[in-house]
Design a protein around this ligand. Structure first.
Ligand code: TXA
Ligand code: MG
Length: 327
């Protein structure tokens, strides 16, 4: 049995025992499932990179139980970093801060910074706290998918990625559904390296200053590669108008190789796979990766997605869709 029930204390103890001895275990967080391993064990971290097929110069996020645990890794926390963590932790926010020498060296890919996140999921919190009792200072955990693919938001997605060999703790479907926002606080001013479900405005209100777009000096993060988060089917983003004109000019008829994720249903007689896109950005974020995976599983070869609205609350969803479409 590779999928363990996250509600079962014995299962959690078993997962932590595995982690303590240097194995990797997939755990739920409120954003996406993570492929976790202890960040102070080079063998465990190397196993994460090889399992995922991720280049070893792409650093991993270190997950911690609380601010105190973060201080073990951070050389120095700026005012802005402290304000953000005190407001939004535990929660879907990762902070890049200067790193203490010798701590989480391999997870940080040798950089002088480290990405820290305190997840807001009861199972992740318990695993981190039980782990701390066993001497684990933090867990390196990238999203539990193969490099470049769609992140998993359900235990079954992880099993579909890696097969039954990998231990997966099931914590139910992820609430947020897209990866955490990443703010670089290692420089004089904060930069948003990856948008998430926390909006730029929410971050700025707490930071007390603008949260800037990455610039030439910003680290290039893998989540910021143009092509990422891709299902097997080819994703095309199109405006509502463009969709309407496609329906009018190129009647599809019965075609179950086409998936469509849009606010309005296709007209009568268009026998495509259709999922209705909700009007609420958080709802779309929370189901997006599951929708893309379901289209893949149903045999779709192309997916048309209606471009989300331009509001600030859509930034994270827009970002993931643009990268999925760029593949
Ligand atoms: O929501 C999330 O953040 C999920 C869950 C599992 O916590 N994790 C996640 O990890 O998305 P991953 O490895 O798929 O994405 C981590 C991102 C990458 O784009 C990586 O390049 C960036 O964080 N990153 C990690 N350490 C960094 C550092 N020191 N400086 C800049 N970027 C960093
Ligand atoms: Mg990822």
């Amino acid at each position: 049995m590779s999928v363990l029930d996250g509600q079962d204390p014995h299962a959690l103890a078993l997962a932590v025992q595995r982690l303590a001895k240097g194995d990797v275990v997939a755990i739920p967080t409120e954003t996406v499932y993570g492929l976790a391993g202890r960040c102070d064990d080079d063998r465990a971290v190397a196993l994460i990179f090889s399992t995922k097929g991720r280049p070893v110069d792409h650093p991993l996020i270190v997950h911690v139980a609380d601010e105190e645990a973060a201080r073990f890794f951070a050389r120095d926390l700026s005012e802005v970093a402290l304000r953000l963590m005190r407001q939004f932790w535990p929660g879907p926010l990762t902070l890049v801060v200067s790193r203490r020498e010798g701590r989480a060296q391999l997870a940080a890919a040798g950089r002088d910074t480290v990405a820290l996140r305190c997840p807001d999921h009861p199972v992740a919190q318990q695993v981190l706290r039980l782990g701390r009792d066993q001497g684990i200072p933090g867990l390196a955990a990238p999203s539990a998918n193969r490099f470049g693919r769609v992140s998993p938001t359900r235990a079954q997605h992880v099993v579909a990625e890696f097969g039954p060999e990998l231990m997966v703790v099931d914590g139910g479907p992820c609430r947020e559904g897209i990866e955490s926002a990443i703010v670089d606080c290692s420089r004089l001013h904060p930069y948003l390296l990856r948008p998430g479900t926390l909006t730029r405005q929410e971050l700025e209100a707490v930071a007390g200053e603008p949260v800037r777009q990455p610039d030439a000096l910003s680290p290039r993060v893998s989540g910021s590669l143009a092509a990422h988060y891709a299902p097997a089917a080819q994703v095309q983003l199109c405006s509502a108008q463009e969709l309407a004109s496609r329906w009018q000019h190129t009647p599809i008829g019965e075609d179950r190789r086409l998936g469509v994720y849009s606010r309005h249903p296709p007209p009568e007689g268009q026998g495509v796979l259709w999922r209705q896109m909700p009007d609420n950005a958080n709802q779309v974020a929370s189901e997006l990766f599951d929708v893309l995976r379901n289209f893949d599983d149903s045999g779709a070869q192309a997916i048309w997605v209606e471009s989300p609205p331009s509001g600030a609350e859509w930034e994270g969803v827009r970002d993931r869709l643009q990268r999925a479409a760029a593949s």
